[in-house]
Design a protein around this ligand. Structure first.
Ligand SMILES: [Zn+2]
Length: 246
């Protein structure tokens, strides 16, 4: 279950499956990445410093996202990963961040192994199965059991608003008999990206999954929406801190 929480006075969205872990999705009230909103640049820089201080971390590890299926296991001294759409870490006190405006944010975390990942899955990343590939990489690289991984699929554009062409539909929907995944209205297709990503995770044995119902396009008063704001927007962020051993 998802709920809005208060991070030292700033509104964030959390999942009850990982409520004791430092991981959440930010909102317009807590912008960390300004992108096309130059007016939010200073505020986002201030917020990054604030976030690091409150979580007692030194650096933010992030990526130049390109809608790829490139996955990087982070190393301690490199904070920015080019051409990357998923970051994996087991480094204590490392803080992972990826940024979103309608695309699907996914956090994977094994409490037992103190190892996790943050994934950016737009429709291209979803078609390339980046969620599945990242889950598999976590399992293989660290010997983690899929049943120990918790997945939270954050706020993203919903089936209500994600209208696509037939070409995109063909790339995404292999099982056309599954009407949960899409609806067709006249000649237009509306696709459920969050559910497609959920299936990718259940197919590799991850069962503990919380998927957010919120549509970023319908709720653009709280989240940033590329579609609603016609590309001129900032980003909300998915945040995961790998905890330090006390
Ligand atoms: Zn919507």
């Amino acid at each position: 279950m998802f709920y809005f929480d208060n991070f030292y006075g700033k509104k964030v969205l959390k999942s009850s499956l990982l409520d004791d872990t430092d991981c959440f999705f930010t909102t317009r009230e807590f912008v960390l990445t300004s992108r096309d909103r130059l007016d939010l640049e200073q505020e986002s820089e201030r917020n990054k410093t604030f976030l690091l201080n409150k979580l007692n971390c030194e650096k933010i590890y992030t990526a130049e996202q390109t809608h790829s299926d490139n996955i990087q296991i982070i190393s301690k001294d490199k904070t920015l990963y080019e051409n990357t759409d998923a970051l994996i870490s087991n480094i204590e006190n490392s803080l992972l961040m990826l940024n979103f405006a309608d695309c699907v944010p996914i956090i994977l975390y094994s409490k037992k192994d103190n190892t996790g990942a943050v994934i950016h899955a737009g429709w291209r990343g979803t078609a390339k199965e980046i969620a599945k590939k990242t889950g598999e990489k976590l399992v293989k690289s660290y010997n983690i059991l899929p049943e120990n991984i918790t997945a939270i699929i954050g706020p993203a554009i919903g089936k209500c608003c994600f209208e696509t062409s037939e070409d995109v539909f063909e790339q995404l929907i292999k099982d056309k008999t599954n009407k949960e995944l899409y609806k067709k209205i006249n000649d237009k297709y509306f696709i459920d990206l969050k559910l497609l990503n959920k299936y990718q995770l259940t197919n590799i044995g991850i069962k503990n999954i919380d998927s957010c119902e919120y549509c970023t396009c319908c709720m653009s008063d709280i989240f940033f929406s590329y579609r609603k704001e016609k590309g001129k927007t900032a980003r909300h962020s998915a945040i995961l801190k790998i905890k330090g051993v006390r």
